[in-house]
Design a protein around this ligand. Structure first.
Ligand SMILES: [Zn+2]
Length: 459
């Protein structure tokens, strides 16, 4: 029996995971992206965090006597941001959401994230949302007003328990949308009217579309049940999104809790600063992949910081990660993974997903390649399928003929004083990601992080 401990945002303490129903496996829900644009680097963090948890659960469930885990990550494919993008570009909403969902899946796969068991789209669950809203109205937890339906926050005494705030504090601090048809400024939208040019569905309150929060309540209920084991996302979702999900689900389902454990990851920084378009340090996962940064390197950098701490993406960390992974890939090349990961790695991950601790143990396994591979796989690293980038694996032998040729050209140039060929060779090597160091002792060729042997072929 492997005990898994997770920090529950709701209790603000680390708790042992005990599945509500071991026969159903651990059921987990991650709030997925609103699909109108590429995922930025920060969006990758919750997916990587949940992927590590999913891999851990798949590994330990059989031995723990639990059914395999069930992992749901949704797509929000109806949202005002999507409508705005369609209006801006003149493209159809369906085209935009379809394309963005494809991008998201490709990007997460490049980061080594396994596909979840279910990837529901909000537009596939409109009937369930309408049914849930009708129930909330019948019980006095919601009310229709001017084509909208609003959730009556003060009807749910536990509102604010997750984020630890009182309703009055929230009103004082939050940017709540004031609207004349709201009974209380904190009440939030479950349903809103759609004009003819916007996506809409017929409902008892007229043609309209759902609010964002109700989508997750309806999809998680349909796929995981009224109460399930783990729910999570970035800590920017804690309030109001998750607070609202709990209010809707508990009131509609007459349950004490929506999920047992709430997991939230901290935010991302870039070189110590918050990533923002105005600071010019905003980039997407795809931007990095297109720059030749392997997805596995991005994943490694994320795993080096515990999910509950801010993660600082730096160029230095990227370089370090690439060096380590190249070394490990070299060590495990052609090696079959051991039957089981190292105990220390499993223990670290089971201890509130201490991925940084697990990586520290991996460093100690370089003398045992089979164990290193099995242990890294548990973190989603050193997967064969992610290994294409290391086709460019540094083989110092590849560079030997180039060094000899460079030394000959240099010796000749010293006599003729014509350095044309030396310069040409040097720039070709640099372009292939090789650092050229010249000294009295001779020439050293050092493959850098972007080393690409294919670029040396024509030399
Ligand atoms: Zn959600």
């Amino acid at each position: 029996m492997v005990e898994i401990r997770l920090r529950n945002s709701r209790s603000r303490s680390v708790e042992t995971l005990r599945p509500l129903d071991p026969a159903q496996g651990v059921r987990m829900y991650l709030c997925g992206p609103t699909v109108y644009d590429r995922a930025h680097l920060g969006n990758a963090r919750p997916s990587i965090m949940f992927d590590v948890l999913y891999r851990l659960l798949r590994h330990v469930s059989p031995g723990n006597g639990w059914a395999p885990p069930v992992y749901v990550r949704n797509f929000t494919d109806v949202d005002d941001k999507i409508n705005a993008r369609a209006a801006e570009t003149g493209r159809s909403i369906g085209e935009i959401t379809e394309e963005t969902i494809g991008w998201y899946r490709d990007d997460m796969a490049a980061l080594g994230c396994l596909p979840p068991d279910h990837e529901p789209r909000a537009t596939g669950y409109i009937a369930e949302m309408i049914a849930m809203i009708e129930g909330l109205i019948a019980d006095g937890h919601a009310y229709p007003a001017e084509g909208h339906v609003l959730f009556r926050v003060r009807s749910f005494a536990a509102y604010g328990a997750l984020s630890g705030r009182s309703v009055d504090d929230m009103i004082a601090g939050a940017r709540v949308e004031v609207a004349p048809f709201k009974e209380d400024p904190m009440d939030f939208v479950l349903w809103k009217p759609s004009s003819g040019d916007l996506p809409g569905w017929d409902s008892p309150w007229g043609r309209g579309r759902p609010g964002w929060h109700i989508e997750c309540s309806a999809m998680s209920k349909a796929l995981l049940g009224e109460t399930f084991d783990i729910h999570g996302g970035g800590n920017d979702l804690l309030f109001p999104h998750h607070e609202n999900e709990i209010a809707q689900s508990c009131c509609a389902n007459h349950t004490e809790q929506m999920a047992q454990i709430w997991l939230h990851n901290e935010m991302l920084l870039v070189e110590g600063k918050k990533m923002s378009k105005s600071l010019g340090n905003f980039f997407t996962v795809r931007d990095l992949l297109d720059q030749g940064v392997p997805g596995e390197v991005i994943r490694f950098v994320f795993l080096s910081t515990h999910y509950s701490k801010p993660m600082d993406w730096t160029e230095k960390k990227r370089e370090e990660a690439e060096k380590v992974l190249r070394k490990w890939r070299d060590i495990v090349s052609g090696v079959e993974a051991a039957a089981a990961p190292a105990d220390g790695v499993l223990e670290a991950i089971a201890d509130d997903l201490n991925t940084a601790g697990a990586i520290a143990v991996l460093h100690s396994l370089v003398q045992d390649p089979a164990r290193l591979k099995a242990s890294a796989l548990l973190l989603g690293l050193l997967e064969d399928g992610m290994g294409d980038w290391s086709v460019a694996r540094i083989d110092a032998a590849d560079l030997v003929p180039h060094r000899q040729r460079f030394e000959e050209a240099r010796a000749l140039a010293k006599q003729t004083k014509d350095f044309t060929e030396v310069d040409a060779l040097k720039s070709a090597l640099t372009a292939a990601g090789v650092e050229v160091r010249m000294s009295k002792e001779g020439v050293e060729l050092i493959p850098g992080p972007g080393f690409d042997p294919a670029k040396l072929e024509g030399l």
